[in-house]
Ligand binder design. Structure first.
Ligand code: PEP
Ligand code: MN
Length: 356
């Protein structure tokens, strides 16, 4: 840490800061320039609060040299993290982007979910998403089917081979969710539920952490740090839009710049959710494509067998025909399966090269 003192800082002010740092185990190096005195302090930053140092009389600025996110940051882990699942699916690094699709909530008709899951499989998606425990703004809205919903997800997964992503809202539900889910999702509203993050650190299941609606990127990475610090390295970051001043046309502002920023400062996989990020189904395709071009390792979007009658988020959910069309376009963009030719673009390209 570097502490820059004010030009007019007195000797006793400099001494007070130095003593404070030394008392907390820091090694001090005083650099006295003609105008400024700079204190270089080496030690464990967790032992003190930088805000406290900043508040000392005579302190101009406190700068951290090391990233505060020691485990989620790239400094300590330059290689991309790739999360691997038992069925061979991988997320992260240079792996082909994955698609996670499904209804906002798992609802009481299993057939609807199965219809969506079957279409998802047909389109080459890897994950079925759906909330069984729903974080709803209003207590009068549908709260989720809980264990029944998890059973439905598992059954749809058995029939299609898709992996299951579903939200965990409470530490108490973790053992139950562990039985049904392949990825535990932490919703935006719980991004800073530190007790939940710590408890998820004690599991080995991949956790998809959604960015809080008002969270800075720093806070987002520090939330991931809580999970990793407690022992679980399998964290996927999910950008899902933040609150800004303009909500007339979109529910949130999808922060596309966050994708390359997260990829620069962190090695963790980044997934983008253009459904919650925009709140409008017509924006899923353009923003999903933009996210992939910006470097996302995957997309999550909502699909419902009957969006007009969905229990939650119908306006941002695609119908199955819309889903197929959009997913075909997305697959083409990223060179996934080309359904017109029933062969992957890469294979086609190889064949073409051989023909020449
Ligand atoms: C969800 O993905 O079901 C959800 C509730 O999203 P968010 O937490 O991003 O609002
Ligand atoms: Mn939703």
């Amino acid at each position: 840490m570097i502490v820059v003192m004010e030009p007019k800082a007195t000797e006793s002010q400099i001494e007070k800061v130095s003593n404070y740092l030394q008392q907390h185990g820091f090694k001090i190096n005083l650099n006295r320039g003609e105008v400024l005195t700079v204190i270089a302090a080496i030690g464990d930053k967790r032992m003190i609060s930088t805000a406290t140092v900043n508040s000392f009389e005579g302190v101009h600025e406190v700068k951290l040299i090391q990233e505060p996110y020691k485990l989620s940051g790239r400094q300590s882990h330059p290689e991309d993290t790739i999360i691997k699942f038992d069925n061979g699916v991988k997320i992260g690094g240079l792996e082909k982007p994955v698609l996670m699709v499904g209804p906002c909530s798992v609802e009481k008709e299993f057939e609807g979910l199965l219809e969506v899951a079957t279409a998802a499989k047909e389109m080459g998606c890897e994950f079925l998403r759906g909330g069984a425990f729903k974080p709803r703004t209003s207590p009068y809205d549908f709260q989720g089917l809980e264990e029944k919903g998890l059973e439905y997800l598992k059954e749809a997964s058995k029939r299609t081979g898709l992996l299951v992503v579903t939200e965990v809202m409470d530490t108490i539900d973790i053992p139950l969710l562990n039985k049904y889910a392949d990825v535990l999702q932490v919703g935006a509203r719980n991004m800073q539920n530190f007790k939940l993050l710590k408890a998820l650190g004690h599991t080995k299941k991949p956790v998809m952490l959604k960015r809080g609606p008002a969270a800075s990127i720093r806070e987002f990475l520090l939330a991931a740090e809580h999970i990793m610090f407690n022992g679980n390295p399998n964290v996927i970051l999910c950008e899902r839009g933040i609150r800004t001043f303009d909500s007339d046309f979109t529910r949130n502002t999808l922060d596309l710049a966050a994708i390359p920023v997260l990829r620069k400062y962190s090695h963790l996989p980044v997934v983008v959710d253009p459904s919650h990020g925009t709140g409008k189904r017509y924006l899923i395709e353009p923003m999903g494509k933009a996210a992939l071009v910006a470097g996302a390792h995957g997309l999550m979007y909502e699909v419902h067998h009957d969006p007009d009658h969905a229990s939650s988020d119908g306006a941002q959910s695609l119908s199955i025909p819309q889903f197929k069309e959009i997913t075909r376009n997305i697959n083409k963009l990223i060179g996934r399966i080309d359904y017109d030719n029933k062969a992957s673009h890469r294979e086609e390209k190889l064949k073409e090269a051989k023909r020449k």
